[in-house]
Design a protein around this ligand. Sequence first.
Ligand SMILES: *Cc1c(COP(=O)(O)O)cnc(C)c1O
Length: 316
Amino acid sequence: MRPRLPSPVGDVADPWLAGRGVELRLKRDDLIHPLVPGNKWRKLAPNLRAAVEGGHTRLLTFGGAYSNHIRAVAAAGAACGLSTVGVIRGDELADAPRNWSLARAEAHGMELAFVSRSAYRALLRGLGGDGPGARQALEERWGHAYVLPEGGTNVLAARGAADLVAELPGLGPGDVVCCAVGTGGTLAGVATALPAGARALGFAVLKGAEGYLDGEVAELHRRGWGRTFGNWRIEHGYHGGGYGRVPAELEAFAAEFGERHGVRLERRYVAKLLWGVYGLVERGELPAGSRVTAVITGPPDPEPGRTAVSRGCAGA
Ligand SMILES: *Cc1c(COP(=O)(O)O)cnc(C)c1O
């Protein structure tokens, strides 16, 4: 599992931004690894090390039907010789044809366990609490395992994400490192590693997460670093209606950005982040003199049509 590190950084040449005195560059973490890309690689690497050093032979984690984290754990586990279990939200999926994402996880040997939404919530709630009950229930059902939370965020994951800052030399006042926020693990890590004057700005992809997500990030800081940090903030105005929702305006933005700058944008996270950056520049909240580094935390989903066509051509 050899990663491409440090990941490349590319400047975005955009006269509209230049006219407003804002510099934008893309930190291409999407190119780190084809099967374990982006922040998933950064967040998993320290956890895999801990699992192997701790003598574990099995990883167990949680996610939805299209979870990037689930696919990444399946591939990373296979590469490290660890068996993997994915507890998947939604028992109606058990008997449905596998979507491309779950099919890929299974192809890497992951055992999928489908549970009802309520059982899923109860499991996660139990793991978040202090009692050993939920963990015991998991082990009774799926064996002794190194448990990764939903989305893969824990203190080790945040430390892994923090490593990307060391690949951005020369940060200082005026620098804003931006990323999408799912669980907040990536943002939390980035904030801890910034030099004085630089700031971290996250864009929530979930609706109605004000307060909650900010609390999660602060809690990671307290648990992992024993303190809080005042150099970060989460913007909640660009979730586009909620997780997985892509309103027409966002789709138009993402398609145009992709065409202009030759990067296809992942829609659930990355497009919202860049949409938000442009929105805040327009509103003057990222003022002249800002240098924005947008972390491209993952690649776009495969385009089913295209895959089919290229396979057909190759087979012809
Ligand atoms: C998982 C994921 C995120 C969310 O990262 P968090 O650390 O959970 O905030 C962002 N972007 C992409 C592409 C992802 O797959």
